[in-house]
Ligand binder design. Structure first.
Ligand code: NAI
Ligand code: MG
Length: 502
């Protein structure tokens, strides 16, 4: 085992969960092996070393978890009052806070995000997100519309939990991603089966264990690990699952839509993106340069809303490229557990190869490689590390400007007028997020109204608040994460007509 894993193993946070290397499914509050007995390996992307084995879930395991989740939905969980659900979520928030160092270490080992500059500073936001959902548990209400029916008919619109929810989440930030399912599930009284990504399942398994410790009845939240095309597909097609929340690639999103047709599942899909980040000549470049750069390079570019199409007004393109390249060079790429590391590795060799393939294609199609573009060697040669990469003089038709790369690769595209920027920004099948950097309120408002995307950030990038929420437009998916709209997605409406004849 090499230097990076040795450092991790000597940490005082070596908890029983970390020591046990053969992970099972978490079903009905217990660790359960796969029906087939099969396992899959999961790796530390910083070292390429084996981190743990996961149970390989298939149809039979998913069937078992869905049966348990259905029973739990009909069981004592149904009688929890909103106040009791709120209290439980608050206890979970406390436990999550208490175990935060262990959870973030696990996450860093499993998917490579920098522990000290990315995961640990996210504590307040994560705990606040859980507490937001605790409040939502007390905020569910129906309606009593006045009707014009003959007689004494009282009409009510009741809201009831939708039932068993399947959640399929990606590897780029499972600790956070799972909260946007756990929160609404627990707030509304649904039950869930989570299928984490095969490349990063550990924090999701550990969180499920903490939920039971917080007092959640066994079976309310279950985790089935495994491969997308097996466990994921079985969950997406299962006839007794009422809703699927999926975050991942647009291609798999299409598969989920098809699989949902059998029993008309409700869906929430957060898919790929190729988000524009637009810098006008009047922007404060001291803020815009680091803001734009971290909007692409943060989490090594493995973020759905990464602002990878950087539109820069032509008069400042040369200066912007120089400053963004200089900023990129200050970023420390390396061991995710080291204090000063800004960017960790990509998740797998496959993902690294994919991203390097895009870099090659960018060069071939005539984009100017300003900086980066190479895999890191030396001490880091066993991990999947890539330099922050910057292309200049890109045109919006090039592959690097059209396809989701999911790596630290920025493409700068020059523009002249605001109308041109808007037309280019919208010339994409995606519509997840966007950014605008300008000191002119007219320019800002023109962009805010004109951009076709689920989020517009102005003079900032990447802020998300659960009360506001997040969601996609066009091929970036549908269904809102956060806010009242999300809670509604975990409920169904039932109209009652009560004809009192007495
Ligand atoms: P993916 O979409 O295959 O994986 C996401 C999740 O879906 C994982 O849990 C996976 O096991 C599951 N899954 C895969 N195939 C499935 C199927 N047929 N039915 C049900 N579940 C299935 O993404 P992958 O392969 O990990 O990454 C490929 C590309 O997808 C990335 O390069 C990136 O462009 C995009 N992606 C986007 C994400 C986002 O947050 N928008 C997150 C992850 C990947
Ligand atoms: Mg891993």
């Amino acid at each position: 085992m090499n230097a990076i894993s040795n450092a991790a193993l000597s940490t005082p946070l070596l908890t029983p969960f970390l020591v046990e290397r053969n992970k099972k499914h978490f079903i009905d509050g217990r660790w359960v092996g796969s029906a087939s007995g099969e396992c899959i390996d999961t790796f530390n992307p910083a070292t390429g070393g084996l981190l743990a084995t996961l149970a390989r879930g298939r149809q039979e395991d998913v069937d078992r978890a869905v049966r348990v989740a259905r029973q739990a939905f009909e069981g004592p969980w149904r009688r929890f009052t909103p106040g009791q659900r709120q209290r439980l979520i608050m206890r979970f928030a406390e436990l999550f806070d208490k175990h935060f160092d262990e959870l973030t270490l696990l996450e860093s080992l499993d998917m490579g995000a920098p522990l000290h500059t990315r995961l640990r500073p996210g504590k307040a936001a994560l705990v606040q997100t859980i507490l937001y959902y605790a409040a939502q548990a007390r905020n569910i209400q129906g309606e009593t519309p006045h009707n014009s029916l003959p007689g004494q008919v009282t009409t009510m619109i009741l809201k009831a939990p939708v039932g068993v929810v399947g959640a399929i989440i990606p590897w780029n930030g499972p600790l956070f991603a799972q909260m946007h399912v756990l929160g609404p599930v627990l707030a509304t009284g649904c039950t869930a089966i989570i299928k984490p990504a095969e490349d990063a399942s550990l924090t999701v398994l550990r969180t499920a264990e903490l939920l039971v410790e917080a007092g959640l009845p066994p079976g309310v939240v279950n985790v089935v690990t495994g491969i997308g095309a097996e466990a994921g597909a079985a969950l997406a097609a299962h006839p007794d699952v009422n809703r699927i929340a999926f975050t991942g690639s647009t291609g798999v999103g299409r598969e989920i839509i098809k699989a949902s047709a059998g029993n008309m599942k409700r869906l929430q899909l957060e898919l790929g993106g190729k988000s524009p980040d637009i810098v006008f000549a009047d922007a404060d470049l001291d803020k815009a340069v680091p803001g734009v750069a971290m909007g692409v390079y943060g989490n090594s570019g493995q973020i759905c809303f990464a602002g990878t199409r950087v539109f820069v007004q032509r008069s400042i393109q040369a200066e912007f490229l120089e400053r963004m390249s200089a900023f990129g060079n200050t970023l420390k790429v390396g061991d995710p557990l080291a204090l000063e590391t800004d960017l960790g590795p990509l998740i797998t060799q496959r993902q690294l190869d994919r991203v390097l393939g895009y870099v090659e294609q960018g060069k071939q199609e005539g984009a100017a490689l300003v900086s980066g573009g190479r895999r890191l060697g030396g001490d880091l040669a066993n991990g999947y590390f890539l330099e922050p990469t910057l292309f200049g003089n890109v045109s919006n038709q090039m592959t690097v400007a059209q396809e989701e790369i999911f790596g630290p690769v920025a493409s700068v595209i020059p523009f002249d007028t605001a109308d041109e920027a808007l037309a280019l920004a919208n010339a994409t099948p995606y519509g997840l997020a966007s950014g605008v950097w300008s000191a002119n309120v007219n320019t800002v408002m023109k962009m805010v109204h004109g951009i076709q995307a689920g989020t517009v950030w102005v003079n900032c990038y990447g802020m998300v608040d659960p009360a506001v929420g997040f969601g996609g437009y066009k091929e970036s998916g549908y269904g809102w994460k956060g806010g009242a709209a999300q809670i509604d997605g975990y409920l169904y409406q039932k109209a009652a007509y009560i004809n009192v004849t007495a």
